[in-house]
Ligand binder design. Sequence first.
Ligand code: CAA
Length: 283
Amino acid sequence: MQIQHIGVVGAGQMGSGIAQVCAQAGLTVTLVDVHQAALSRARDTIARSLARLVKKGALTQADADASQARIAYHDAPTELAHCQLVIEAATENWEIKAQLFARIASVVNEQTILASNTSSISLTRLAARVPAAHRVIGMHFMNPVPVMPLVEIIRARQTDDATFAAIRALSERLGKTPVSVNDAPGFVSNRVLMPMINEAIFCLHEGIASAGDIDAVMKLGMNHPIGPLALADLIGLDTCLAIMDVLYHELRDSKYRACPLLVQMVDAGQLGRKTAKGFYGYE
Ligand code: CAA
């Protein structure tokens, strides 16, 4: 099956990035979010990102305009009815994702592939919530989606070979490099990345060094493009906490306990770039 019409559910930073790369690859995209404000922010984010690509000569203005024109913005999930693939990119929360999956399954047809951009939640458990469980798969993009080449592809226990092959081929059409991993908490990306970020937060919490110095150690000493605390701000501290909680509860190991400072900052609404305050300030 050649996928041509994609639905993306959730117009946050991941959803808008996924919609953009799909549109740039020539696919028709229906971007759905129940919040009109999120849809208009997504339109602006995509416009800014495309403008950046035009400015550096990676895209013509005509291609940027055509990409934006291929995206339709809607607040009703019923608009997904004719999509061959729907990628769910909502908040990293089991209840929200499980409800959304059931809702999406109720409006699409039996042939539609249902993918989740979840960072840590079990695809097998999500698949069990819908009738066509063999058509469920994980498609985990990295932030910022237009820049990062990886797509982690996660097979649920129920995923069939045709679904896997279609998603692998699509990832390549999007210009990404797919890497296949088994369904396990946090997959590979967040099983490795998130404990490092959490440990950096512990270093700050215990007064071992300042945020700037912790990040400098990892940038200058380990050649990371940005430090773990700046990266946490980019990902969103609420997402970091949700992922740590999945690792902790699913793997039943205290080494994945979220740092109390991370919990407190999320309680305070200091979520990183999206709230203009995290380990650093953003104006
Ligand atoms: N759209 C288009 N292009 C963008 C962009 C966007 N949203 N954001 C950055 N870019 C481009 C810039 O135009 C620039 O391009 P050139 O080098 O060709 O000029 C390039 O990316 C670098 O950008 P900047 O110079 O503005 O800034 P930078 O050098 O700090 O790079 C970065 C930005 C690529 C994001 C870099 O900081 C980086 O690699 N950070 C780490 C990102 C990372 O680890 N992501 C994974 C997070 S984990 C995750 O997403 C999964 C999860 O489940 C939590």
